[in-house]
Design a protein around this ligand. Sequence first.
Ligand SMILES: *Cc1c(COP(=O)(O)O)cnc(C)c1O
Length: 430
Amino acid sequence: MFCYSTKNKYHRIQLKEAILQGIAPDGSLYMPENIPVLSKDFLETLPQRTFEEIAQNVIIPYFGDHIPSAVITEIIREVFNFPVPVVQFSDNLFVCELYHGPTFAFKDFGARFLSRVLSYYQKDQDQEILILVATSGDTGGAVAAGFHGVKGIKVGILYPSGGVSPLQEKQLTTWGDNVFAYEVQGSFDDCQRLVKTALTDTQLRQKFKFSSANSINLARLIPQSLYYFEAYKQMGPGEHNVMIVPSGNLGNLFAGILAKAMGLKVKYFIAACNANATFTNYLNTGVYIPGPTVKTLSNAMDVGNPSNFERIDTFYGSTWNNRLRADIKSYSISDESTLAAMLRFRADYDYLLDPHGAVGYAAYLKEQPTDNQYCILETAHPAKFDYIYERYIQLPLDIPPDLAKFLTKEKKSMVITSAFAELKEALLSL
Ligand SMILES: *Cc1c(COP(=O)(O)O)cnc(C)c1O
């Protein structure tokens, strides 16, 4: 599989190289050159397929030319060892629970797969890989959990100081060993910019073999397509399935676009955004104006300049065209509406959505559902946000023991400003 970069169609490299680099030297993102289309037979028999079969059919066309199928199957078994249930709440409303992985958020799909693929690439290499990742909440934890203890790989996690939940912070600062946490006095967009700058810095590139574990890395996006197939299968195939995607950096949405390009029948997607409305505004006006990050209750989606916008723009031919607008709708949801949606869902269905899923439900309510079937991707376990329930709706939550165990561990992070020189110095001393 060849890839090209969003800024230069003629800059072609193999998928393996694109994954190892994370980002193109000019700072743009890699795209798969030929998105594989799955056979009609496979798509028609989807309801009878296991998750493992779906994973093999989706992943092998990308990776099969350089990783043996038996190894891919082994990786799939090891990485996706948790359920992906779809719960039906009414005739036309479903929720796909993506939080049954080890860090209780959907980021486990991409981060675990990436860690196994990189460690496969790394197995005969001497030079250490340094993985850098910016996190708005859940990526850091999933990446740390996926890479902790993996030989030949170090991980640097950058997160906005005060911008992640207390539990999320513990999930990314308590690992030690090969995992280093940098607490940035700035926003998530600052963290993202620092990572991008580091990855393209000549001096750092001489010292390290670098990669990124953000959704700028294709090895994170490709496995995220899987649960779109799984959700469709469990909803019951049809022509009117709409996927509601709580969105920040737009990686999850782009994985859905890949699934659709592979042949999955998704009528359209709804990008459910919080007050960070850059993408919603773009769909409404055709003008892309990145804004400063706004802090919200759905903190993992607090992104003012979503990096995967570049991929969506390239995929749709760099224009605000009808195909784009037929495939994707978007709503921007306030914190107030998020809380109201959370309470309403709980009252109607006795089920607690996390703040990100609640943004999805608020988008569903704005949509005034028609004869479509809607599936909200529930991206995190509500217990990760216990402080929100306690503070805003006076609802104490039970925290699952596997999550609670992080709270007793000691936080270890290095505080840095958002000036690149500080990060650079820290990394050079690793
Ligand atoms: C990362 C994250 C999102 C946003 O996903 P993107 O791929 O960045 O759009 C939504 N919800 C949760 C819980 C997340 O961790």
